[in-house]
Design a binder for this molecule. Structure first.
Ligand code: SF4
Length: 397
């Protein structure tokens, strides 16, 4: 899920959708539980060795019904994609996923053409779960491998080691998953002395079809931020971040993994269809704490914390924390930064105003974007600077 920069027009008043809005064909569900909280994580996560799965299922079911009533959609809504992220959705277990499908079915039609992705952590994923999820209809996995070196995994505070990561990958393949994405972190502090090149050698041998990159960022109010402030850990260096980002791109592309978005690489036919809904600005619905949705022209976001989200639904209240209506300059700006995130780029006549066009020309001279026919496409160097480019665009309104 991507976090769009919020415009100054963001509000928290009750949302009233127009009666003509069509239903979204992409659904994101946030499962906000982890057995342990990683020291760098600022996601909506409640620590729970045994998550309250029944309560989460009831909340999701209630929220789905609330949206369908609000927008007056005919149900069940056919889904092109369903993505369950977290948190650690592999803690849903075998029965939890079966029950989830049953609870979703009155509201959403999941067919064998629906791309159904679930995030899984190697520490809670094995053959039994893989087999059952395949039977229920899950057809794409996003495995939180993060690293292939036990020392690095230990530094990250992950609950799995390299052996468990490889076992999870084998289990998924043996049980018939053909579409598997592996998450890989980069940009750790110099003091970790990570041999990323050695890990990329190992990754190369795994014959992967999709890799998602996550650069370590120091988020405020995390233990990592505190440790850095106290001088117990060095801050990650921008130089290492840039070097490793370039190294990964240089190593994965010759393997046939196309760098198709800032943080994503895929073989032909293996791109994540769900994420294209975000990047293309197609409508999608997000359910669960902190979930974002886009129901044009509205962007919405839910209450962040699980306990508050659940309490709101139990009290018959809407769990939407805020929303904004995107049009005019805000919409043009979003078209630009979302377009530049992907390898398809941005049509020169789709969004840029004169002031934005001047910036694109300058970034072209810097080597951050390239003009290919009638499109502007970001280079690897541009993707490295995506955050500052977005900040500059936002300031240029
Ligand atoms: S497993 Fe993922 S979601 Fe859970 S605490 Fe760690 S980084 Fe956050």
């Amino acid at each position: 899920m991507i976090d769009a920069p919020r415009s100054p027009g963001a509000v928290s008043a009750p949302l009233e959708l127009g009666p003509t809005l069509g239903p979204p064909r992409a659904l994101y569900l946030h499962f906000p539980f982890c057995a342990h909280r990683c020291h760098y994580c600022d996601f909506s996560v409640a620590r729970a060795a045994t998550p309250p799965i029944g309560a989460w299922l009831s909340a999701i079911e209630t929220e789905a019904g609330w949206w369908a009533d609000l927008a007056r959609w005919a149900t069940p809504i056919p889904l092109d994609t369903l993505f369950i992220g977290g948190g650690t959705p592999s803690l849903l277990g075998e029965d939890g996923m079966v029950e989830l499908r049953r609870r979703l079915e009155p509201w959403f039609a999941i067919t064998n053409r629906t791309e159904w992705t679930v995030e899984a952590n190697p520490a809670s994923f094995g053959r039994g779960l893989a087999a059952r999820w395949r039977e229920v209809g899950v057809n794409r996995l996003s495995l939180g491998v993060q690293a292939l070196d036990d020392r690095v995994l230990e530094w990250l505070g992950r609950l799995h080691d390299r052996t468990a990561a490889l076992a999870a990958l084998d289990a998924a393949r043996d049980e018939g998953f053909r579409r598997i994405s592996v998450d890989l972190m980069f940009g750790l502090p110099d003091t970790v002395e990570r041999d990323l090149d050695g890990e990329l050698d190992q990754l190369e041998a795994l014959d992967l079809s999709h890799v998602s990159l996550y650069g370590l960022t120091v988020e405020p109010r995390t233990p990592l931020a505190k440790w850095i402030e106290l001088g117990r850990i060095d801050a990650p260096s921008a130089r290492r971040y840039a070097r490793e980002y370039r190294d990964v791109a240089r190593r994965l592309t010759p393997l046939g993994l196309e760098h198709y978005e800032v943080s994503n690489f895929a073989r032909p036919g293996h791109q994540c269809a769900h994420n294209w809904f975000y990047w293309n600005r197609s409508p999608y619905l997000g359910l669960g704490p902190s979930a974002h949705g886009f129901l044009p022209p509205y962007r919405t976001w839910n209450v962040f914390r699980w306990d508050r989200y659940e309490r709101a639904l139990r009290a018959g209240e809407r769990p939407v924390e805020g929303w904004e209506r995107l049009d005019g300059d805000d919409e043009a700006l979003e078209r630009i930064w979302l377009g530049l995130r992907t390898h398809r780029g941005l049509a020169a006549d789709d969004g840029p105003t004169a002031v934005h066009a001047a910036r694109l020309e300058r970034w072209g001279r810097e080597g951050w974007v390239e003009r290919c026919g009638d499109r502007w496409i970001a280079t690897t160097e541009g993707w490295l600077r995506m955050d500052s480019m977005v900040a500059e665009l936002t300031g240029a309104r």
